[in-house]
Design a protein around this ligand. Sequence first.
Ligand code: SAM
Length: 215
Amino acid sequence: MIFVKKKQRSEKERAEGMDRIARTIFAPIYPVLAAYFLDRFGRRDGVCIDLGSGPGHLAIAVAEASEMQVYALDHSEEAQAIARKNIAEAGLAERIVLLSHDVGTIPLPDGSVDLVVSRGSIYFWDDLHTAFSEAARILRPGGMTFIGGGFGNAELWDRIVAAMIARDPDWEKRYEKNMSPETIERFRQALVGIDGVEGEVVRDESGVWVVMRKA
Ligand code: SAM
C-alpha cells in the first residue's frame, strides 16, 4: 500500500486558510454568534476579549454589534497580521486592540473585562484549566464567558457541516471529536476548582460554550 503524506502547511498558510474559510463558508456565523453572546450577556457596552481570535472576524462582529472596546488575543503572529488588516478594513482600528499572547497568560489586570468570547480555538488549548482560570481572573463582577465552538444556529450548522465535509472528508472526524460527550466532559472537568465564578457547559443550537459568571 502507498501512503501519501499530506504536505505540512506553514503557519502563514494556515492563517491564510483560516481567513479564507472565515470570509466564505463561515462568514454568516460571526454576526449570529455576536448577537447570541451579547443578548445573553444583556449589555452592549464595556470591555470584551476574543480568545484565539485568528483573523479577527468574531471580534469585528462583536464590535459592530455593540459599543464595546474589544481585545483580540491570539498567539499566532501570522493570524494577528491578517486580523490587523481585516480590522483596519472594517474601520475598527480604534475599537479593537490586538494582543499577541497565549490564552494561558492573558496580559490584562484582574477584573478588567466584562465579556469573554472564543470560538473554535479551545480545541487547540493544551491546558484548559489554566485558560479558564485566566478568563475567570480577568472577569469583572457581572461578567460572563462564552468559550467553545459552534456555527450559530441549526440552519447554519447543517449548511456549514455539509460544506466543510464536501471540502475535506477528514474534517468530519475532527468535528465529531470536538462535539463529542467526552470533549464536553473534559470542558466540565477543567472548570472544577475555579474560584469566584459559577461555571457550566451549555450546549444548544448555537454551539457548545463554557459559560462562567462572576457575581
Ligand atoms: N476564533 C477564530 C474564528 O472563529 O474564526 C479563529 C479560530 S482558529 C480555528 C483557532 C485560533 O486559535 C488560531 O488563530 C490559533 O492561533 C489560536 N490559538 C490556538 N491556541 C491558542 C493559544 N493557546 N493561545 C492563543 N491563541 C491560540
